[in-house]
Design a protein around this ligand. Structure first.
Ligand SMILES: CCCCCCCCCCCC(=O)SCCNC(=O)CCNC(=O)[C@H](O)C(C)(C)COP(=O)(O)OP(=O)(O)OC[C@H]1O[C@@H](n2cnc3c(N)ncnc32)[C@H](O)[C@@H]1OP(=O)(O)O
Length: 241
C-alpha cells in the first residue's frame, strides 16, 4: 500500500504539468503537501529526500561482500513487522536532524560525518544500522575497508572505537534525544580482519536523568568471535544550555 501510494504520488506530480509550469520551484512545497495524505511520515521523508539529493549511504553498494548483503537482507526482513527499524545514513550529521536536512549553509557544506569522509566505496567504513525500539538496541553491520588498517591486515583500534562510538552514540540519540559521548571504555579482544563483516551490538542499560549508560559488543557474524566489548556513558541534552 505504501509503495503504491508513493508511485501514485510521483506519477501525479510528474503528470501535473500545469502546476509544474506555474510554480517550477515549489515542487517541494505546495504540491507535496497534497500527497502527505495517506503516506506515512517516514516514507514521505524518504521520498522527499531524493529531491534534496540526500544520498543514503547505508544502502548496498558493489563493495559489500556476500556476508554483508546476507546480513543486511536478514535485518531488512526483521524490519517488516516493525521489530527493527533501518536507520538511514547521510554524510553530514546535520542531515540526520529533523528540520535541518538538506540545509545548504556554507559552513555546513564543508563538514562531513567522520565515518562518511571517504568517497570511494568500500575503502573505509561500510556500515548500516538497525534499531530495535523495545530492546533499546542499535545494531551496526560493519565491513572495514583497506584504508582502516592498523596491524597488517586488521582494522585500526581507532576505527573500531569510531564505529563503536557512532553506534553507541546513535543508540543514545534515538533513545534519549540529543546526546554526547562523555565516556567510552573499550576492551579489544581479537583483531578484526579488513574486509570481514562484524556486528556492533549496543544497547541502553540504564538512564539516570541525563546520564545514559550503554554497553556494546563487537562480534563476528556467527557470534563465535568476540572482537571487542565496551561500556559507555552518554550525557543527554543539557550540554547545549
Ligand atoms: C540516528 C543517526 C544519527 C547519526 C549521527 C551520528 C552520531 C555520531 C555520534 C558521535 C558521538 C561523538 O563522537 S560525541 C563527541 C565526543 N564527545 C565529546 O566531545 C564530549 C566532550 N565533553 C563534553 O562536551 C562534556 O563533558 C559533556 C557534555 C559530556 C558533559 O558536560 P556537562 O553537560 O557540563 O555535564 P557535567 O555537569 O560535567 O556532568 C554531569 C554529570 O555527568 C557526569 N559525567 C560527566 N562527564 C563524565 C565522564 N566523562 N565520565 C563519567 N561521568 C561523567 C558528572 O560527574 C555529573 O554527574 P553528577 O555529579 O550529576 O552525578
Amino acid at each position: 500500500g505504501m509503495r503504491r501510494g508513493l508511485v501514485g504520488a510521483q506519477a501525479r506530480l510528474a503528470g501535473d504539468k500545469k502546476s509544474r509550469m506555474r510554480a517550477p520551484c515549489t515542487a517541494l512545497g505546495a504540491p507535496s503537501l497534497i500527497f502527505l495524505h495517506g503516506i506515512s511520515t517516514i516514507s514521505f521523508q524518504t521520498w522527499l529526500s531524493q529531491f534534496k539529493q540526500l544520498k543514503d549511504y547505508a544502502l548496498p553498494n558493489s563493495s559489500w561482500s556476500q556476508g554483508m548483503m546476507d546480513l543486511y537482507s536478514k535485518f531488512l526482513e526483521m524490519c517488516k513487522d516493525g521489530t527493527w527499524k533501518r536507520i538511514p545514513s547521510y554524510n553530514r550529521t546535520v542531515d540526520h536532524i529533523p528540520g535541518k536536512a538538506g540545509s545548504n549553509e556554507k559552513e555546513q557544506k564543508k563538514t562531513r560525518l567522520f565515518l562518511r569522509s571517504m568517497d570511494a566505496e568500500g575503502v573505509g567504513f561500510e556500515y548500516a544500522m538497525f534499531f530495535n525500539p523495545s530492546e533499546k538496541r542499535m545494531v551496526c553491520l560493519f565491513q572495514p575497508g583497506p584504508y582502516l588498517e592498523g596491524p597488517p591486515g586488521f582494522a585500526h583500534g581507532g576505527s573500531t572505537a569510531a564505529i563503536i562510538d557512532s553506534t553507541v552514540g546513535s543508540c543514545a540519540l534515538v533513545v534519549a534525544g540529543r546526546a554526547m559521548t562523555a565516556n567510552l571504555s573499550i576492551n579489544y579482544r581479537s583483531p578484526i580482519p579488513l574486509g570481514s563483516v562484524v556486528l556492533v551490538d549496543s544497547k541502553v542499560d540504564q538512564v539516570e536523568e541525563r546520564k545514559v549508560f550503554l554497553s556494546c559488543e563487537v562480534r563476528s557474524i556467527d557470534g563465535q568471535t568476540l572482537h571487542a566489548e565496551a561500556t559507555g556513558k552518554d550525557l543527554a541534552a543539557g550540554f547545549h544550555r
